[in-house]
Design a protein around this ligand. Structure first.
Ligand code: T46
Length: 132
């Protein structure tokens, strides 16, 4: 099964512009506890970690970027470039973000409040946890 799980989000466009809607329980399999955005991104890759419990849906509100997901067995990459396509990222998945366009804005919907203890920031520790 592919690591890349995309969610198609419904868009409602008319003469005034476009609107995209996301509903917990309907489009994403968790209740949203936190929303955050990444913006003013430069050449530095981000992410480089996994989470013990956290599940998330990430999408580019504007511009584009490339997400790399790694579950210790496979590594896959996807470009996010539209607010109507979200990337579901489960727990125990290593993620990296690269190739941000100057206008890139990433919105992330998260299943948990921020908790630094949920992060696994060392790749070897991540692999060891998967084998445990
Ligand atoms: C993920 C990718 C897509 C907070 O205080 N609250 C928050 O909700 C978040 C997400 C971060 N922070 C603080 C923690 C760090 O001092 O903001 C700083 C940057 O966070 P981090 O290095 O984790 O950012 P990214 O871009 O590497 O990763 C973030 C999320 O942490 C991560 O869960 O999947 O975006």
């Amino acid at each position: 099964m592919s690591l890349i799980r995309m969610v198609e989000l419904p868009a409602f466009g008319d003469g005034r512009g476009d609107l995209v809607s996301i509903e917990a329980g309907l489009h994403i399999p968790f209740a949203i506890q936190r929303v955050y955005c990444l913006y003013s991104l430069g050449d530095h890759p981000r992410g480089m970690h996994a989470h013990r419990q956290l599940q998330q849906l990430a999408f580019c509100v504007h511009g584009s970027c490339r997400f790399v997901l790694d579950d210790g067995a496979a590594r896959e990459s996807v470009v996010l470039s539209t607010p109507t396509q979200g990337l579901l990222i489960g727990n125990l998945v290593w993620r990296e973000m690269h190739d941000f366009t100057d206008d890139c804005v990433i919105m992330v919907l998260a299943s948990e409040h921020y908790n630094e203890a949920d992060y696994i920031r060392d790749y070897d520790e991540f692999l060891a946890l998967l084998k445990a």
